[in-house]
Design a protein around this ligand. Structure first.
Ligand code: AMP
Length: 118
């Protein structure tokens, strides 16, 4: 069973922030920033690459609401969705990382020289 499907059906506990019929937002178990929330659709999609666009359209206001709830809507935040092997996706259930609570840098991209990929 997919890890995040188990969170959706309550088999695995999560520190939930917000939930509606379509989505759940919960704290990342291994936060990379003072605020690190994961937002997932309740229906399983492997990643952003295969998600139904209607779900993504509904997800936008949900993300905005989460940002307000955790108090970063004015200070700013970053959303990331890792896709597949090169994207570093570990959990194969679409999730959006919402990171904030500090000035974020792109430090983890320093090891990749974009010129090598041209
Ligand atoms: P990704 O590398 O984009 O697939 O991110 C997966 C994220 O899920 C990582 O940031 C993990 O820390 C997080 N994670 C894994 N298991 C759990 C869990 N049980 N509850 C909350 N977050 C989790």
């Amino acid at each position: 069973m997919c890890l995040f499907c188990s969170i959706v059906n309550g088999e695995i506990p999560s520190n939930k922030i917000l939930e509606n019929d379509d989505f759940i937002a919960f704290h990342d178990i291994n936060p990379k920033a003072p605020i690190h929330i994961l937002i997932i659709p309740k229906i399983h999609f492997d990643s952003l690459q295969t998600v139904n666009p209607e779900i993504m359209a509904k997800m936008t206001p949900f993300i905005q609401e989460v940002a307000k709830l955790v108090g970063v809507d004015k200070t700013g935040y970053r959303v990331i969705s890792n896709v597949g092997e090169d994207g570093g996706q570990e959990v194969k259930h679409l999730h959006i990382h919402l990171l904030g609570g500090t000035k974020l840098h792109f430090g983890h991209f320093h090891d990749a020289d974009p010129k090598n990929n041209l």
